[in-house]
Design a protein around this ligand. Structure first.
Ligand code: FES
Length: 110
């Protein structure tokens, strides 16, 4: 049984452009490539969009649901890497690669 059922994406846009947010940092541009990539794969994850997960200044934020790791600072050119790691079930590598920037530097994933 796969441990996660959803991939949650924050698409919030806080106070126009005044406050940092996932939306301001490009999260809405991730919806289409994530939906297409998940539909084409075998991870059985459903994309869920939400408004804020409390880490607005280091978004865009993704999180595996239920109770999975959060992925920080995801950009469109990261989508292929994310989908590949999801397909392979390499959740720990995914968490390390997109770790919270204040605590861990992004690790290279081969
Ligand atoms: S705006 Fe995305 S976590 Fe708050």
């Amino acid at each position: 049984m796969k441990p996660y059922t959803k991939l949650r994406l924050c698409i919030n846009w806080r106070a126009g452009d005044v406050l940092p947010s996932c939306g301001q940092n490009g999260s809405r541009g991730l919806i289409d490539p994530l939906e297409k990539g998940l539909a084409a794969g075998t991870s059985d994850l459903e994309l869920e969009t939400v408004h804020c997960m409390g880490k607005c200044h280091i978004g865009p934020i993704l999180q595996l649901i239920p109770q999975g790791p959060m992925l920080f600072g995801v950009q469109e050119n990261d989508i292929d890497t994310i989908l590949d790691l999801l397909e392979k079930g390499r959740y720990e590598d995914l968490a390390n690669r997109f770790a919270e920037p204040s605590t861990t530097k992004k690790a290279e994933v081969s």
